[in-house]
Design a protein around this ligand. Sequence first.
Ligand code: FEO
Length: 391
Amino acid sequence: MEKISTRIYSVGVNDHDKDLFEGLWPIPFGVSYNSYLILDEKVALIDTVEYGFEEEYLANIEKVLDGRKIDYLVVNHMEPDHSSLVAYMLRKHPELMVVANAKTVPMLKGYYETPEEKIKVVAEGESISLGSCNLNFYMIPMVHWPETMVTWVPEEGTLFSGDAFGTFGAVNGGIVDSEGTFEEYRDEMIRYYSNIVGKYGAPVQQALKKLGGLDIKRVCSTHGPVWENNVGQVVALYDRLSRYDVDRGVCIVYGSMYGNTAAAADALAMELEARGIQYAIHDLAGNNAGVLGVSGAIRDAFKYDTIVVGSPTYNNGIFPPVETFMKALKARQVKGRRFYAFGSYSWAGASVRQLNALAAEMGFEVLGDGMSFPHAYTSEKCDIAAVADLL
Ligand code: FEO
């Protein structure tokens, strides 16, 4: 529990135990599920947290309430990392009304059997007075689900933004940011955005446009720090990412069966290093993929303008972990990238051709035919300097 302003308290929790967020994405630094209480003449709770944290969450809330009742539970977003404890809170505080928009209602009933008479439906632009401050609701569909909305409290200059402007990484120390916090979380914020919200660049742009007129002093997202000192940087980063805007640099992603495609990837990385070109390198095969695996590769594909993908030919196609990466880029509608493919084969090369075809389908600028080489990697067969010249 932490006091954020005279009216706003953070009552969320840190999750240090979960390995995979959404059952897919590694979270070696944990994640926070943020929830907020606003104490005024009336009391509003903004979102809840995930199953498993009932005791800690309720203790945080009761400490702030000090015997008061909750009037409203605002559900900005129904993904269960935030809505899991709606039914639990209704049991503990049966007097509260759940505040939600029309698209949220069937989800509330379907997930938690929330009784209709306990739901107060709000629409775009509608507001609820808490006394000295007001809750204003704006729909931001597909950031990250179709029902998603944000809650704006003008008297506090505070946007309760749901997943928007969120990040992986538990919150250590105070939840309110300091000046250095943005850089500390930058990489995890890009990984969070690219992995979770990355498919929805256009809706994020629409949401930014809709919220652009608000004088936002504080962003209370559902994951990560409360942004007060870095609001400009955080909004600018989401704006860039949702426009698929990138830095000059090379994201090398590869899988290798017997080390030959890996040797070409390493040689290219050394060449880029020698030339002073910014790059990242990700081996997707098995344990070599490290903790982050494809999640880290997707992050860096959102960072750099050039994507270089290596795959041996496998079953006359692309090595499966590499194919998964390519599908992830396609699903996220990544655009505006330069692309180069390479990989070894034993009797018939197919992976490089197929990678180039996939990249062309995605509208990437394919830089030449790629480097498909037979059998072992050797510097004679593979002109790495010529490849680097292209990138
Ligand atoms: Fe953090 Fe889309 O839920």
